[in-house]
Design a protein around this ligand. Sequence first.
Ligand code: CU
Length: 108
Amino acid sequence: MKTIQLAVVAALLIGALGVASPAPHIATATVHIKNFAYVPPNLTVHAGERVTFVNDDDEAHTVTATDKSFDSAGMDTNDKWQHVFAKPGTYTYFCQMHPYMKGAVTVL
Ligand SMILES: [Cu+2]
């Protein structure tokens, strides 16, 4: 019985927190790494948006800026790495382990 009461209280608390926290303002975009390629290879986001990179391959990959301004380091299978693109511009990146893998994020 106590367990049920605790569960109800916990659910109510979680519900209250959900209502209290402001709706996430940051739009999110996802780039999958699949078959040795970034999908989509070209992505356009707005400044301040967070991009999630997910490695769907069995092979490790990185998301490394051409100018080295960001670097995911090695991502294993199913690893996720996020980066917030704060300033407008075009950011090209590649995989350090497979340099022929290339992608770009255009930030508006
Ligand atoms: Cu790679």
